[in-house]
Design a protein. Structure first.
Length: 227
């Protein structure tokens, strides 16, 4: 999966001389948490809602409301932005972006072209959307999770059984950290089958492999955030 396929492309920006008050208003009115700072199309910095909060006077300040407004109007984006922020190129992978964001403990990345011009913005939500799409979970898919020997051909043997049972594979994900020693954990999602076909396939897979889990994720009554 490529970053350019999942990033937000219609990105609001500011220049370095934009007042902090205006930048704050832009973020609030558009419900966004970060604003790239550009000069002649090239990215030179980024300002986040946390930067704004840290730069704003404390609630315990002795300044009156007029003085506060004046202070914020005089402060510029360049005074509080992060200059030369971490970036990735649109043709790099979404998986790489996830690693960078996790290691750097950030929730978003500006995306640039090879010449440094801003072309998009990638958030942690975009990364999650890409991951969800790649798993096929929303397609009502049936998932099997196996512990297989960490050797060449072990996944092929599973896919051969699936093929023999006319199962259409949607996704295959492999991990090692959550598997027993010398094993790999492989999650395979397939398109839904008729009940009889599913029973026959499941029985065959359990006879030949270690099936850790199989079933469908219930998505009709997901927990909802309280308003």
């Amino acid at each position: 999966m490529l970053i350019q396929d999942w990033m937000a492309k219609d990105v609001m920006t500011v220049d370095e001389n934009t007042s902090l008050m205006r930048a704050t208003r832009i973020m609030k009115e558009n419900s966004i948490r970060r604003l790239p700072v550009v000069s002649h199309g090239k990215l030179i910095g980024i300002i986040t809602d946390r930067d704004v909060k840290d730069a704003s006077p404390s609630k315990t300040t002795s300044l009156d409301i007029h003085e506060l407004y004046y202070l914020l109007s005089e402060m510029k984006v360049k005074d509080v932005m992060t200059a030369d922020p971490l970036t990735l190129v649109g043709s790099e992978t979404l998986e790489k972006a996830a690693v960078v964001m996790l290691q750097s403990k950030i929730s978003g990345l500006p995306v640039v072209d090879p010449s440094g011009h801003l072309i998009g913005l990638l958030s942690e939500t975009d990364v999650l959307r890409g991951f969800i799409h790649s798993t096929g979970i929303k397609n009502g898919a049936l998932q099997y999770v196996f512990d297989l020997p960490d050797e060449a051909g072990s996944v092929t043997r599973v896919t051969q059984v699936l093929k023999e049972n006319s199962a259409r594979i949607i996704s295959i994900l492999t991990s090692f950290d959550d598997a027993p020693p010398d094993m790999k954990r492989v999650a395979v999602r397939i398109a839904s089958l008729d009940t009889d076909e599913e029973e026959i396939l499941t029985s065959s897979l359990k006879k030949q492999f270690t099936v850790v889990y199989y079933g469908r994720d219930e998505l009709t009554s997901l927990p909802q955030k309280k308003k």
